[in-house]
Design a protein around this ligand. Structure first.
Ligand SMILES: Cc1cc2nc3c(=O)[nH]c(=O)nc-3n(C[C@H](O)[C@H](O)[C@H](O)COP(=O)(O)OP(=O)(O)OC[C@H]3O[C@@H](n4cnc5c(N)ncnc54)[C@H](O)[C@@H]3O)c2cc1C
Length: 293
């Protein structure tokens, strides 16, 4: 394992102090949440020395608020806790299901939405689900705090929009209005514990006649970063989310994708699979929206 110093600040200000001090001196520093990506990397592909700033002792990264307008999920909350929260599961079932796909029960006891996003893997399972649910990153920075939509956060493979003196505090989602449903589906070659070949998250709101009045679609593992696909959402808007609209949304996802070929799938395969996932996730989201009416 690579050499590291470890600090565990208990306040945002103390964490920012550590990050700023390292930024000034040019020494490497990295935030730690559950460690399920970071420790694997430190043992294998990236052993360079660094200071690790554990963000789990900071109140704001551990808070889970379900308010009348907004849901806030702290960046250090493990996915197992999200899965145990019945209210959150009822409001954002697709997002919780995406978190529940990460690794095994042991991994889910540590793995966070924040770490999944900050690691900036194109195949991160929760990112398309967060995009679909209009997620916003709450970022602590030297200058105070700032916010950014989830879809703008990953800027390349393994690269995110955080400056050297910043870390992710949490993620905000608007509380879904009545008749809203979301879903996330991924395809993996094995039955579990694998990386997505493609993933798609959909959130839909229907009016009382079943017509779609709001839609968001996020896709993963088919481009260098997870993407919001507005053309897919537009294909659903104003429709009853029937087969033709879902097929058009799938076509839009294929058009937006620019995947690579690797051992899990070819470019052509990924482009096809993302359309299938969009159709299926859209149908589940529609069913949930109707169920929530
Ligand atoms: C066996 C196994 C199976 C897995 N299966 C899946 C899977 O199916 N799907 C999937 O998407 N992922 C999977 N993963 C990857 C990993 O578990 C997830 O990406 C997880 O959500 C990472 O969260 P974490 O809290 O452990 O992040 P960490 O490892 O703590 O951090 C990951 C990265 O984010 C940075 N970071 C973390 N928190 C912050 C913060 N608050 N502010 C700034 N930077 C931060 C760290 O510096 C690091 O670069 C798997 C990993 C393992 C080991």
């Amino acid at each position: 394992m690579g050499e590291f110093a470890y600090v565990a600040p208990t306040s945002v200000a103390d964490a920012i102090d550590v990050l700023q001090e390292h930024a000034r001196s040019g020494r490497r520093v990295q935030a730690l949440a559950g460690g399920t990506d970071l420790l694997v990397q430190l043992r294998g592909v990236d052993k360079a020395p660094r200071t690790i700033v554990d963000v789990k002792k900071i109140e704001e990264t551990n808070r889970l608020d379900i308010g009348s307008d907004e849901i806030y999920i702290g960046a250090a909350i493990p996915s197992a806790l999200l899965n145990e929260n019945a209210e959150l599961k009822a409001l954002l079932p697709g997002l919780v299901e995406a978190a529940d796909l990460i690794g095994s029960s042991q991994i889910q006891g540590r793995a966070t939405l924040g770490g999944n996003l900050c690691n900036a893997s194109p195949a991160a399972d929760t990112t398309p689900a967060m995009i679909a649910n209009r997620g916003v990153c709450v970022i602590a920075s030297g200058g105070g705090s700032r916010e950014m939509p989830v879809e703008a956060f990953c800027t390349g493979v393994g690269v995110n929009a955080l400056a050297a003196d910043e870390f992710l505090l949490g993620l905000k989602f608007p509380r879904p209005p009545a008749r809203t449903g979301d879903a996330y589906l991924r395809f993996i070659p094995r039955t579990e514990m694998d990386i997505a070949v493609a993933g798609c998250g959909v959130s839909l709101t229907l009016d009382d006649t079943g017509v779609c009045t709001a839609a968001r679609v996020g896709i993963g593992a088919v481009a260098p970063t997870p993407l919001r696909v507005d053309a897919a959402a537009e294909a659903l808007l104003g429709t009853g989310v029937g087969d033709a609209a879902l097929a058009a949304a799938g076509v839009a996802c294929t058009a937006a994708s620019s995947p690579i070929s690797d051992k899990r799938g070819t470019v052509q395969y990924r482009r096809k699979v993302v359309a299938v996932l969009c159709r299926r996730a859209g149908a589940i989201a529609r069913g949930r929206a109707l169920g929530a009416a």
